[in-house]
Design a protein around this ligand. Structure first.
Ligand code: ARG
Length: 472
C-alpha cells in the first residue's frame, strides 16, 4: 500500500505534505510536538469519518466532485474506519491531527482522488463539526448514566419512605425527616442537571460544516444536506461564529461541573454517614477499601474520589474558559486545546456517575441507628412549639421559649422529650396537656409534615410516583 504514497503531492524536505507547498523547511522537533493534536483528537475518529462521508456525499450530489470519485472516497473512508477499528489510529505527529491522518490514510488506500475530499471545507469547520458530534454523543451517554442513578435513588427512597432519620441544618440535628425524602432531594438535583444537559444538547445541534475556513465557500454546497445527514437540526447561521464557537464544549463542562458538585455532596454525606460516630450506612465491600495497617478499617474511598473528582472536573471547566477568554474571531490554534479538558472531564464524570450509582444501589442503611439519633437530638422540639401554638393558643415566640425550657429539663434529666413526665411539662407551662404526647414522637413528627414537598411518608411516596411517571 505504501507505494500509493506517490499519489500524494510531492513535498520538500520534511515540510508537511498537506500544507507544506510554500514551506522550504520542516518544523523543528519541538514545533512538531507542540503543534500536534493527534495524540488526543484521534479519539474523534468516528466523528471525523462520519463528517467526511456526509461532506463527500454532498459534494457528489452537487456535482462539485464527480459521482464516481465521491463513491470511491466514501468507500475508502469505510476502509480506513475498518483499519482504525482493528489497529487503532496511527499517531503520526508530522500529520498533526485526526483530519490529516485520515486524509493521508485515505490517500494510501485510493490514491490522488483522496485530495478531492477537502474541496469546499477547511479543518476549521471540520474540527468544529467533529467536536460537536463528539460532545453530543457524550451528553447522551451522561444522560443515560444519570437516568440510572435516578432510578437507584428512587428505588432506595421507596424502600425507605418511612425510615426516620435526623434532618440537619448546620449539621446539627434539626427535625426528623425520612431517608426516602433525603434521597429524593438528590433525585431533584439530578433532574435539574439532566435539564441542563438537555438544553445544551438542543442548543449545540446546529452544523458548522460548510463554514469552511471562516468565510464560507464559493462552491455550490448544500449545508442543509450535510446537517441532516449528521443528525443536526440545521446548519449554523454565521460562518465566523461557526468555526470559533466552543460554547457547546463549555456548556458541557459547566453542566458537568454543576452535576459533579451535586454528586460530591452526596458523596460527602456517604463519607459522614459511614463514619463510626454516625454509623448511618455501611458501604458494600465493592465500594470500600481496607487499610494496609489498621485491620478494623473500611474506608469510603469511592465516595471520597467522587468528592475529589468534582474538583478536577471544575478545573477542566475553568481551564477551557481561560483558553477561550479574549480570543479574537475566528479560529486560533489555542482552540486546539479545547479537547483535552473535555475528554478528561467526561472520563472522570462517567466514573463518578457510575460509582455513585453503585454505592446508592448497594449501601446498607442502618435505619435503627438513624432512628435512635433522630430520637436523641430533641428533634421534635419544633413539634412541641407548634402544638403549643395550635392547641394552647400561645404566640409562636412564647411557645419557642416554653419549648426551650422543656428541652433543658429533658437534657438535665437525660431523657427524650417524649419521656418527660406530664407534671414536669406542666410545671413549665400549665397550658400543656396530655395530648402533647401525640406529637412528640419522631414518627408523629414526620407524619405531620404533609405540606406539598414535605417529608411525610405519603408525600414522599407521591413524589416518587410522580418522578417515575416523568422518567417514563
Ligand atoms: N488540529 C486543529 C484543532 O484541533 C485543527 C484545525 C486546524 N486549523 C488550522 N487552521 N490550523 O483545532
Amino acid at each position: 500500500m505504501t507505494s500509493r504514497r506517490s499519489a500524494i503531492p510531492e513535498r520538500k524536505a520534511d515540510s508537511n505534505q498537506m500544507w507544506g507547498g510554500r514551506f522550504a523547511e520542516g518544523p523543528s522537533a519541538v514545533m512538531r510536538v507542540i503543534n500536534a493534536s493527534i495524540p488526543f483528537d484521534k479519539r474523534m475518529w468516528r466523528q471525523d469519518i462520519a463528517g467526511s462521508k456526509a461532506h463527500v456525499a454532498m459534494l457528489g450530489k452537487q456535482g462539485i466532485v464527480a459521482a464516481g470519485d465521491a463513491q470511491t472516497i466514501a468507500d475508502g473512508l469505510d476502509a480506513v474506519a475498518v483499519d482504525y477499528e482493528r489497529d487503532g489510529v496511527p499517531e503520526d505527529l508530522a500529520l498533526e491531527d485526526i483530519h490529516m491522518v485520515t486524509e493521508n490514510a485515505l490517500a494510501e488506500k485510493i490514491g490522488a482522488v483522496a485530495g478531492r475530499l477537502h474541496t469546499a471545507r477547511s479543518r476549521n469547520d471540520q474540527v468544529a463539526t467533529d467536536f460537536k458530534l463528539w460532545v453530543r454523543a457524550a451528553i447522551d451517554e451522561v444522560d443515560a448514566g444519570l437516568a440510572a442513578l435516578q432510578t437507584a435513588l428512587l428505588d432506595r427512597a421507596e424502600e425507605h419512605a418511612d425510615s426516620v432519620m435526623p434532618g440537619f441544618t448546620h449539621l446539627q440535628s434539626a427535625q426528623p425527616v425520612t431517608l426516602g425524602h433525603h434521597l429524593m432531594a438528590y433525585h431533584a438535583m439530578i433532574a435539574r442537571d439532566r435539564g441542563r444537559f438537555r438544553d445544551a444538547r438542543a442548543r449545540l445541534n446546529q452544523c458548522p460544516l460548510g463554514a469552511a475556513a471562516l468565510a464560507g465557500t464559493g462552491f455550490p454546497i448544500d449545508r442543509e444536506a450535510t446537517a441532516a445527514a449528521l443528525g443536526f437540526d440545521g446548519p449554523t447561521t454565521n460562518s465566523l461564529d461557526s468555526v470559533s464557537d466552543r460554547d457547546f464544549a463549555l456548556e458541557y463542562l459547566t453542566a458537568a461541573t454543576q452535576c459533579s458538585l451535586h454528586l460530591s455532596r452526596l458523596a460527602e454525606e456517604f463519607v459522614i454517614w459511614a463514619s463510626q460516630p454516625f454509623g448511618f450506612v455501611s458501604l458494600s465491600d465493592q465500594w470500600s477499601t481496607g487499610s494496609s495497617i489498621m485491620p478494623q478499617k473500611r474506608n469510603p474511598d469511592a465516595a471520597e474520589l467522587v468528592r475529589g473528582h468534582a474538583g478536577r472536573i471544575m478545573g477542566c471547566m475553568t481551564g477551557l474558559m481561560m483558553t477561550m477568554k479574549g480570543l479574537p474571531l475566528a479560529y486560533s490554534k489555542d482552540m486546539q486545546d479545547d479537547k483535552p479538558p473535555v475528554f478528561e472531564a467526561h472520563d472522570l464524570f462517567g466514573l463518578t456517575i457510575a460509582a455513585m450509582t453503585g454505592m446508592v444501589e448497594s449501601a446498607t442503611f442502618r435505619t435503627e441507628r438513624m432512628r435512635a439519633l433522630a430520637e436523641s437530638g430533641f428533634a421534635t422540639a419544633t413539634d412541641l412549639a407548634d402544638w403549643l401554638v395550635r392547641e394552647a393558643g400561645l404566640p409562636f415566640r412564647e411557645a419557642h421559649h416554653v419549648t426551650g425550657r422543656a428541652v433543658k429539663a429533658a437534657e438535665d434529666a437525660g431523657v427524650r422529650l417524649d419521656q418527660l413526665p406530664l407534671e414536669t411539662l406542666r410545671a413549665i407551662d400549665d397550658r400543656i396537656g396530655e395530648g402533647v404526647y401525640d406529637v412528640l414522637s419522631v414518627d408523629a413528627s414526620v407524619n405531620s409534615r404533609r405540606s406539598f414537598g414535605g417529608t411525610a411518608p405519603e408525600r414522599v411516596r407521591e413524589a416518587i410516583a410522580a418522578a417515575r411517571r416523568e422518567n417514563g
